[in-house]
Write a new protein. Structure first.
Length: 525
């Protein structure tokens, strides 16, 4: 009986040690959040460690995360970091029962790791960014040392206790939990207030009428097929793929865009208001992410309003390589440190490359780059669609590798021809003798001239095409399928505006976008 009793006492003491470790970690994060709200929200330890993890994640694993978790990949990463910190806190709490200083030192070590991660981030604010991690770690170490002392054999025992004071520990732990919660709440409140200026600046934006408005969408761009994508994607439904764990809230009143670099004879800095006062163009452009698998969801269409990028570059003295320009790469830098590289020739070849300020009739949402983002029709987003842009540097492909190129993605990435079946869905059991097969096809800046559907291994049959809005937009299609009993594989392929048929060869998204025909298996009911 004595051994059972001792085991229970040891287990109870160990459990409370684990609780002390969790409370130390909770306190560390709360204090770090408060300090980050005073320094810079992006400097919080979870954000900087998560960002460092993204930076160092192999391209294949990053692509897997996007494919598996979709737009929840950042949430999954943050939850994973918190779970890891929780487990380590438990371990350090138990260790501190015998080695108080070692446990506290372990918490401090994680602060050092967070500080190092903060300094290596592309958008690092310098030494100030280490303060949240270090302040949080110091607070967590002190709490762990203090709570472990309440559980040590040297603590004043209560009547009937076994060398340690459970009641005093519970009181101390409760006070710690309440205090940490309050500190965290203050930090979140201050962080929210820091973003109020940006929110107010967006609310105050009145988008001017475009000097060159988009043509009304022609009749027939949207097919009346149940289950097909909407031709224009609502802002709330537009895909988001980026590396920002905290969406930047940029105040339009203080935002600046700098253009400099090789071949820039007249460097310029523009304010947001100066861009709004320029002649704006409005265009329908479909965007596609390079991480979009065959048949994937990372594509959307919007009507964009912005400044023609080539005009700004010409004002600064920039010439494309074909006209003797010194730079062949345009590097766009975001406020979060992201760098994207675009071919200067493509940006200045007459296509509607723009610095967008509006999306579907309203100022850009924060998730999509407010106050200004860049768009280049025909190029995947990772080489053209810089959100929260603040600088454009003209350089060469030989002298500089942007963020994604350093991670083994291709330097140049024209969008590949693709077609997708929206309806029927995979493994559906459609009813009726005649089923409408429908979807979308895209080959931005080349357009779509033909879509074909194949049933099992039968011949390719022409689908009916919706009206094409422009060569920079996707195009809808449909095919009336007379069904037969049993399971069938439906396959689609497209031909772009230059007459090139979409390749059957199946490739991964890395290094320059997926290719292959999209198929679904269905069983008519």
């Amino acid at each position: 009986m004595g051994s059972v009793s001792n085991f229970r006492k040891s287990f109870a003491r160990g459990a409370l040690g684990a609780v002390s470790g969790l409370l130390a970690g909770y306190t560390a994060l709360a204090v770090a959040e408060l300090v980050a709200s005073l320094v810079r929200p992006q400097a919080g330890p979870v954000t900087v460690v998560g960002g460092a993890a993204i930076d160092r994640t192999p391209a294949a694993l990053k692509d897997f995360a996007i494919r598996t978790f979709g737009e929840s990949d950042k949430l999954v990463l943050q939850l994973g970091i918190l779970a890891t910190l929780g487990l380590l806190g438990i371990v350090l709490g138990i260790v501190s029962l015998r080695y108080r200083r070692a446990g506290a030192a372990g918490v401090l070590l994680f602060g050092v790791i967070g500080a190092a991660a903060a300094l290596t981030r592309p958008d690092s604010g310098g030494v100030a960014d280490v303060l949240p991690s270090m302040a949080g770690a110091a607070a967590g170490a002190l709490i762990l040392y203090f709570l472990a002392g309440k559980l040590s054999s040297g603590a004043v025992p209560e009547t009937g206790s076994d060398g340690w004071s459970r009641r005093s520990f519970v009181v101390a732990a409760s006070i710690t939990a309440v205090a940490a919660t309050g500190v965290g709440a203050v930090g979140r409140t201050l962080t929210g207030r820091r973003g109020q200026g940006a929110v107010a600046s967006r609310t105050a934006v009145e988008l001017p009428a475009p000097a060159s408005p988009a043509q009304p969408l022609p009749r027939g761009v949207q097919l009346k097929a149940e289950g097909i994508s909407s031709f224009t994607t609502p802002n709330r439904d537009f895909y988001r793929v980026d590396t920002a764990l905290v969406v930047p809230k940029v105040d339009a009143d203080t935002w600046r865009l700098r253009i400099r670099g090789k071949g820039v004879t007249r460097p310029r800095t523009y304010t947001f208001q100066e861009l709004l006062e320029r002649p704006l163009i409005e265009r329908d452009i479909t965007l596609t992410c390079v991480s979009n698998e065959v048949g994937g969801p990372y594509i959307g269409h919007a009507r964009w309003l912005g400044v023609r990028l080539a005009d700004l570059l010409q004002e600064c003295g920039v010439k494309p390589p074909s006209r003797g320009g010194k730079a062949d790469q345009l590097v766009a830098r975001s406020v979060d440190g992201m760098t994207l590289g675009s071919p200067v020739e493509d940006v200045m070849d007459g296509r509607d490359a723009i610095l967008a300020v509006g999306m579907n009739g309203e100022p850009l949402p924060f998730d999509h780059g407010f106050p200004v983002r860049m768009l280049v029709p025909g190029l995947y987003g990772y080489v053209s669609a810089c959100k929260w842009i603040e600088e454009i540097e003209l350089t060469t492909f030989d002298s500089y590798d942007p963020y994604w190129v350093k991670r083994k993605w291709a330097r140049k990435a024209p969008i590949k021809t693709q077609a997708r079946i929206d309806t029927p869905k995979p493994f559906a059991r459609p009813t009726g003798e005649l089923v409408t097969v429908a979807g979308v096809a895209w080959a931005q800046h080349r357009g779509i001239q033909r879509v074909e559907v194949r049933i099992d291994d039968g011949p390719w049959q022409d689908a009916d095409l919706a009206t094409q809005a422009s060569i920079d937009t996707w195009r809808q299609w449909s095919y009336p399928w007379k069904t037969t009993p049993g399971g069938h594989t439906l396959t689609v392929r497209a031909t772009d505006g230059t007459g090139v048929v979409q390749t059957e060869e199946r490739t991964r998204t890395i290094p320059d976008g997926a290719s292959g025909w999209h198929s679904v298996f269905v069983t008519p009911g």
